[in-house]
Design a protein around this ligand. Sequence first.
Ligand code: MN
Length: 236
Amino acid sequence: MTQANYLWSPAAPASLPVQGTDARFPVTRIFCVGRNYHAHAVEMGRPVDKATAQPFYFTKSATTLVESGATVPYPTGTSNYHFEMELVVAIGQSGFRVSEADALGLIYGYAAGLDMTRRDLQLVARDQGRPWDLGKDFEKSAVCAEIIPVGNLGVLTQGAIALQVNGETKQSSDLDKLIWNIPELLADLSKYYHLQPGDLIYTGTPEGVGAVKVGDVITGQVEGVNSVALTIGAAE
Ligand code: MN
């Protein structure tokens, strides 16, 4: 194969460790689901009626990915930097217009993740009808633990999901409270995108989101999957 004549050496793809192997999961896209737990939708002032609503999504660049255990600087441009604890689904097979029944076949594995958010910028954008990018798609904002291969886990339908700041519980819910469950999300998202190996889907956060400050240590767990951690360092 001919070596491409790039102007400079492209960065290696973002990637995550995988439990039980030295091979890494290369990440190409990061999809995030908005308002997927009723109590969180209510706390954001935007309740969801599943009878009439459709799921919605935003994206983060793969370059925003940070591995669990990192220390990240308090981000620029915000004074209201929030945690959102989420179950992450890692896609390992291509799928387009998949049925809910076929959704499991697309799943490579799962991980605990944090959808870190500049809440002040997100809400300004939301309320002015602008894109959420400044609030969501910023450097080091997509935190993810190692991928746990799906194995016998199958489609996750229940399990505690929780987050603590400096050991104090801030979020505590259960995957059975997802408004759109995993098969419904994969079926819906694959109407709009050709899902591909390397895609990550952050499935939404439960209630209790809040701000962190320099020095805080965030920990989170998804029962039956794994844990994630993040330390907030000094601003640059
Ligand atoms: Mn989120």
